[in-house]
Design a protein around this ligand. Structure first.
Ligand SMILES: [Ca+2]
Ligand SMILES: [Ca+2]
Length: 144
């Protein structure tokens, strides 16, 4: 099997052979039956998304409204929906920014004025799509 991506490593195929035999003696008279059982080890959501994008970005104050100013990215080592990441902006963005929940693209939604405010801090949360949500599978990330 070829090497798979991080998100797919959690599914492993184990091939087990089960042999049933009776205990008649001598052994040459024993009857046996063999079954092949495939055991599929399913993924458990034991990885939280981890941000791999930088914690800060510099943007010019005249950047156009609604344009993408940066993209955040988090990785999750689990398989399927356990490893698919969604991004959320916390309330501290004050309407200045919006985020694409699927891609992590952050767009400018308000007018910047460096002479008034030269650093903005917003908090982004990455959460995987595991259901039901266990509550400890996401982390927050500050971007300036
Ligand atoms: Ca896992
Ligand atoms: Ca996960």
């Amino acid at each position: 099997m070829p090497e798979q991506g991080v998100g797919q490593r959690e599914t492993i195929l184990l091939h087990v052979t089960v042999t049933a035999s009776d205990s008649v003696q001598p052994e040459s008279l024993q009857l046996t039956s063999t079954a092949h059982v495939i055991v599929v080890v399913q993924d458990v959501n034991d990885n939280a998304p981890r941000f791999v994008s930088g914690p800060s970005v510099r943007i010019p104050e005249d950047v156009a409204l609604h344009s993408v100013v940066t993209t955040v990215h988090a990785e999750d080592g689990d398989a399927g929906s356990n490893g698919e990441v969604l991004y959320y902006l916390n309330s501290n963005s004050s309407g200045m920014f919006s985020i694409n929940t699927s891609t992590g693209e952050i767009s400018l939604e308000g007018t910047l004025d460096r002479e008034q405010v030269d650093t903005l801090t917003i908090t982004i949360t990455a959460a995987d799509k595991a259901r039901p949500a266990p509550g400890n599978h996401y982390e927050s990330h500050d971007a300036c």
